[in-house]
Design a protein around this ligand. Sequence first.
Ligand SMILES: Cc1cc2nc3c(=O)[nH]c(=O)nc-3n(C[C@H](O)[C@H](O)[C@H](O)COP(=O)(O)O)c2cc1C
Length: 278
Amino acid sequence: MPPKDSIANTFLVSFVLCVVCSLLVSSAAVVLKPLQQKNKELDQRRNVLAAAGLTVDRSGEEVAAADMSGTEVEEVFGTRVTRRLLDIETGEYVADGEVDAQFDPKKAAKTPELNTPVTGEFKIGPSSREKQTWVYLIKDGENVEQFVVPIYGMGLWSTLYGFVAVDKDLATIRGLTYYEHGETPGLGGEVENPLWKSKWVGKKIYDEAVTVADANNDDIKTGVAKGAPTAELAAYQVDGISGATITCNGVTAMLKYWFSDQGFAPYFKKLASEQGAG
Ligand SMILES: Cc1cc2nc3c(=O)[nH]c(=O)nc-3n(C[C@H](O)[C@H](O)[C@H](O)COP(=O)(O)O)c2cc1C
């Protein structure tokens, strides 16, 4: 046996240590993956509720989204929210029998047969988007009160992922949240600031002179102003975040894209015509 402090022994000990540590790390990654996935889903649900202004605890008291326990999120989500898979281009729901409950829109956006190029006048950063995505119907009893749709697009450093809640009138924003981004805390990261987020509630999406059914891309007026919005645009826009103009421009661009005929306009028009018919 070589002496304890020999070079060979040092190498042997380091090698064994490396193997043991890498085994520990990789098995932790494998074991924890389902838990991470579950937490990710819970976080998305929490954000859907936050966008819809439904962050309440057991007693029905309004709380910050982060203060809702996992069980509270599941409870409110289970009673108030229905998730549907939407074909974005047609604005139709995918038939129940054809829905894969594990469908991942983020992966689909990068898969050639499941995505479509981002075209038209609005640029959001990524060059393709998923053809289908999950949308969330917020119900009060039998009545659908809001529709929560996913949005994403580039800021300065990162793609921001979030949700926007739209009232059943299909013209008014009820809330907006971001659950994933890599913008600078205190600058672009202020998109998470509750005060700034609260400014979105009640903003109109399309020019108030037109109905949703008639609205086209030029009528999309919502977005982030540079500084405070002018009196003329105050009904549509929120204040800019100082030192974060690029992130704010990204927010405006993604809203314009996702509310356009490339995004959810066909869905909203369909819903509006169904409401008109009903
Ligand atoms: C370290 C660092 C981080 C920054 N992070 C952001 C950011 O997250 N979002 C953003 O729009 N601008 C960020 N900026 C500022 C931009 O470079 C740019 O100056 C700013 O968007 C202009 O905004 P203003 O017109 O409101 O001053 C950062 C700048 C520095 C130096």
